[in-house]
Ligand binder design. Structure first.
Ligand SMILES: Cc1ncc(COP(=O)(O)O)c(C=O)c1O
Length: 288
């Protein structure tokens, strides 16, 4: 049986959903999206994801068809068909006009699509041993803060690490660390967590913000500032973060060990704080 998905206000089997070839999402990649991790039926930071969706829509001048409360409600209804740990994927495109034209059409109904798939959390082995990354020049555009479905730059960046047998591609723009193809990057030196600035050159991860909060609560020192390539290469620890990767230690970059070559003590602490935060969420969901 085809899994149930949401399409323009209806719940339907995925294989019964058909989208026009004129949809601007298909023609131009003219849309935005979100991915929300769900643990035991409870979305982690669902509201924050829909607030970021709003910011992405504002940036591309797309009218949001739903309030955050409505989005949360649509998510709950979809999750009734998908118990357990899931990823909820939400995509809104500018819709399907009658002809192809770059100019943004007025009064077009957006296309709304949501689906679920089982959450692929990091394996115990990845958490224990860390993961390999490679570096590449950040050849993407200058509006990386928009969570756009136009992901060709990220796709090509990710392929570089895939081809090298690595988990992520850490990108460098003008000698500075930006982010990875589908994750944020943190560099740890002398007990301080360095995080790249919250600007247009990175997607401000919901997990990035959560890690910042957990670090503050756990009295871990943070410095949000531009990070030079040399600092990445001489780091004590490097972490990746994303809604599905959670927080992961990077133990080699371009084949060379990071620090001791093993996940470091601050990673262990942050990973524990993150797991505790998740456990609280699931306990609250069970109690509700
Ligand atoms: C380019 C990029 N940066 C960062 C992230 C991390 O964002 P989040 O923590 O909200 O998943 C992602 C997630 O997909 C991403 O694609």
């Amino acid at each position: 049986m085809s899994p149930i998905a949401h399409f323009n206000g209806k719940l339907l089997p995925l294989d019964q959903i058909h989208i026009s070839p004129l949809d601007r999402g298909f023609i131009f990649g003219d849309g935005v999206y979100e991915v929300i991790p769900v643990y035991g039926g409870a979305p982690l930071r669902g509201r924050e994801h829909f607030e970021r969706l709003q910011r992405s829509m504002d940036e591309i001048r797309l009218k949001n068809p739903h309030t955050v409360d409505e989005w949360m409600d649509l998510t709950s209804r979809l999750l009734e068909h998908h118990p357990g740990d899931q990823s909820v994927y939400i995509q809104v495109t500018r819709g399907a006009p009658l002809k192809r034209d770059h100019v943004i059409p007025k009064d077009l109904e957006p296309t709304v699509f949501m689906m679920c798939y089982p959450l692929a959390s990091p394996s115990a082995q990845q958490v224990e041993n860390g993961v390999a990354c490679v570096t590449a020049r950040d050849f993407r555009w200058e509006k990386c803060h928009i969570k756009s479905t136009s992901l060709l730059g990220n796709v090509l960046a990710r392929q570089i690490s895939y081809d090298a047998g690595a988990v992520e591609t850490i990108m460098l723009r003008d000698g500075m660390v930006t982010e990875a193809s589908a994750s944020n990057v943190f560099v740890i030196k002398d007990g301080v967590v360095l995080a790249p600035p919250r600007d247009h050159l990175i997607l401000l991860g919901i997990t990035y913000e959560l890690i910042m909060r957990l670090a503050e609560d756990g009295a871990v020192r943070i410095d949000v500032r531009p990070i030079a390539e040399a600092e990445l290469r001489s780091a004590d620890e490097v972490w990746l973060s994303s809604s599905t990767k959670e927080v992961l230690a990077v133990t080699t970059i371009d084949g060379k060990p990071v620090g001791s070559g093993k996940p470091g003590p601050l990673f262990r602490r942050m990973h524990a704080l993150y797991q505790e935060h998740k456990a609280k969420l699931t306990r609250r969901a069970v109690a509700a």
